[in-house]
Design a protein around this ligand. Structure first.
Ligand code: HEC
Ligand code: HEC
Ligand code: HEC
Ligand code: HEC
Ligand code: HEC
Length: 274
């Protein structure tokens, strides 16, 4: 749809949106915003993203390809955790310890039994829109909307929670007002201002301690480098290269003919409802 046609449709749409305002869907009365369930393994995003510098797409490699990305398979973890096992020497990630979480991981992968009885990790899904909503996840990622614009500062979350309401008003507001890349980038690069507090509040059961600004540990240097490069190779050239530490797509989208930095999208009912 051209910009002009979009704008001539505004009065009619405004009336419809005003009607929809009354709906619980718009107001988010039933939203599960803020929900952060306990996971079968207390997986620490900050360790992998901030300390090891891994790209989001290394583990969420369908986020820019699929309408619904899914969660990482055990084999994605075992590329490293076959070697990086439960016996953890002291490092900037924590004191010397036996990691109960990595013991669980190796049990799911059936490392002891050679992997024949490997089971998928029953991650509890957090973000979900109803089935009657058309949400093409990859369109957003490929348009340069940072993960953090919708999911918050995941890189600082020791336990992931639902940052946005995901209700209709949330979707429509961004489509009408436009996505502000500066805000997306700000969230994507945000350091955790409350690192120490967040760790103690969220009570990571693996005994994880955040000792502040850490550097990449020697054991992980190799795989972390691969992590940065693999997704870049898969990304179509038009959407730019993901930045190494955040996995966000920094390059501005090209060929839209739009001089404005904001990115707008359709907000007619049929765009999001089949
Ligand atoms: C425009 C907002 C938006 C952006 C940008 C976005 N997501 Fe999502 N994400 C969502 C919504 C909404 C859902 C729920 C989708 C559904 O139910 O179909 C979701 C779901 C997910 C899921 C859960 C999928 C599942 O099957 O359990 C993962 C993982 C995820 N996103 C990761 C990412 C990553 C990584 C990025 C950046 C590369 C990203 N998202 C960018 C909005 C977004
Ligand atoms: C690129 C390599 C790599 C990949 C892939 C990877 N990890 Fe890690 N992970 C590490 C390193 C390195 C550490 C820090 C280990 C230490 O404490 O010395 C770590 C730490 C952890 C910890 C914290 C352990 C503790 O008690 O402190 C958990 C839990 C964990 N990883 C689970 C996973 C899961 C689940 C996956 C797959 C979704 C995964 N990891 C994928 C390298 C990786
Ligand atoms: C080492 C692998 C790994 C990396 C790297 C990683 N994640 Fe995850 N992510 C996971 C795992 C495992 C889960 C499921 C457990 C959990 O929720 O903590 C998850 C869960 C999520 C969810 C919630 C999915 C749901 O159920 O709705 C989002 C959103 C997400 N990640 C976004 C990101 C973003 C954004 C980045 C980059 C800043 C990133 N992840 C980097 C492994 C990873
Ligand atoms: C942070 C801003 C933002 C949020 C939040 C957002 N979107 Fe979008 N959406 C965009 C942008 C930008 C595009 C344009 C992508 C492009 O040009 O390819 C888009 C494109 C789309 C498209 C494809 C449009 C087309 O022209 O075919 C659909 C469908 C869509 N969004 C649905 C949703 C739904 C449903 C939600 C809420 C669950 C949502 N979006 C939340 C920014 C957002
Ligand atoms: C940008 C995407 C988007 C657009 C455009 C959109 N919707 Fe929705 N709509 C959603 C999402 C997401 C939900 C689910 C909200 C939730 O789970 O709370 C929803 C839910 C609904 C519901 C279900 C309410 C309920 O409580 O069960 C109705 C009815 C609805 N929309 C009507 C409309 C109408 C009419 C229009 C056109 C004016 C419209 N929608 C335009 C994204 C959109």
């Amino acid at each position: 749809m051209t910009t002009r046609r979009t704008w001539t449709a505004v009065p009619g749409l405004a009336a419809l949106v005003a009607g929809a305002l009354a709906l619980s869907a718009y107001s988010g009365a039933s939203s599960s915003q803020g929900r952060g369930p306990e996971q079968p393994i207390a997986f620490p995003h900050p360790v992998h993203v901030q300390k090891l510098g891994m790209n989001c797409l290394y583990c969420h490699n369908a986020a820019n390809k699929s309408p619904d990305p899914g969660l990482p398979a055990v084999s994605t973890c075992m590329g490293c955790h076959t070697i990086i096992g439960p016996q953890r020497p002291a490092s900037d990630v924590g004191p010397a310890r036996t990691s109960a979480e990595l013991q669980k991981l190796q049990r799911y992968a059936d490392l002891a039994g050679g992997g024949r009885n490997a089971r998928p990790i029953p991650w509890e899904r957090i973000h979900k829109v109803p089935d009657y909503v058309n949400f093409p996840h990859m369109r957003h990622v490929n348009a340069g909307v940072t993960c953090q614009a919708c999911h918050g500062d995941i890189q600082n979350m020791n336990r992931v929670y639902q940052y946005a309401s995901l209700n209709m008003g949330w979707c429509v507001r961004c489509h009408i007002n436009g996505y502000d890349p500066r805000e997306g980038t700000r969230l994507a690069t945000a350091a955790d201002p409350t690192a120490a507090r967040a760790v103690s509040q969220q009570g990571i059961s693996g005994g994880l301690q955040d000792t502040g600004a850490g550097r990449q540990s020697a054991t992980a240097a190799q795989p972390a480098t691969a992590a940065r490069q693999a997704p870049a190779a898969q990304t179509p050239p038009a959407s730019g290269a993901p930045s190494p530490t955040t996995g966000t797509i920094a390059a501005p989208p090209q060929g839209t003919g739009q001089t404005s930095t904001r990115r707008y999208a359709r907000y007619d009912c049929a765009n999001c409802h089949y």
